[in-house]
Design a binder for this molecule. Structure first.
Ligand SMILES: Cc1cc2nc3c(=O)[nH]c(=O)nc-3n(C[C@H](O)[C@H](O)[C@H](O)COP(=O)(O)O)c2cc1C
Length: 138
């Protein structure tokens, strides 16, 4: 049994594009080593992240992330056991939108990335986020 966790957080106002690139680089390196996979969505204001893997690795990663001063107000949205990885095999897949990042079509992208999710609540939470945040300019 694998563990799957999703959370939402708010970026610090001082966050730079280079910070996000740094976060992805670190995440991909560490997650690969820790057998953690998942997805990070950033719309210029909020982060939405899913983490999957062995429970200890996922919870340890989340504890580190929770202490990171580059974001605040973390709220865990879901935490559950899954039979297989539902977010694919990316060490950290990403979708970045917002004024500086400008990678559009968040709704379609998130719909595709969440197509394999077995829990409709988790799927709709993530899709709902994409619709609210992706639909209006920051
Ligand atoms: C939004 C966000 C997502 C992050 N995602 C991950 C992640 O998936 N894996 C990871 O190892 N670190 C992630 N980090 C970085 C961690 O907070 C931390 O800086 C990193 O793991 C290095 O920890 P250390 O300095 O204690 O070694 C993320 C940070 C932020 C702000």
């Amino acid at each position: 049994m694998l563990h799957q966790l999703t959370y939402i957080s708010s970026a610090r106002a001082t966050l730079l594009l280079s910070d996000v690139e740094q976060i992805l680089q670190t995440s991909r390196r560490r997650n690969e080593r820790d057998q953690v996979t998942g997805l990070l969505i950033f719309d210029g204001k909020r982060f939405l992240q899913a983490l999957e893997g062995p429970i200890e690795a996922v919870e340890q990663t989340f504890s580190r992330i929770a202490l990171d001063p580059r974001h605040r107000a973390l709220v865990r949205l879901s935490s559950r056991g899954v039979e297989t990885r539902e977010f694919g095999n990316w060490s950290m897949g990403s979708h970045l939108t917002g004024p500086v990042l400008g990678k559009g079509d968040m709704i379609d992208h998130v719909d595709a990335m969440t197509a394999g999710l077995s829990d409709p609540n988790v799927r709709e939470t993530l899709r709902g986020f994409a619709r609210i945040r992706g639909g209006s300019p920051a």
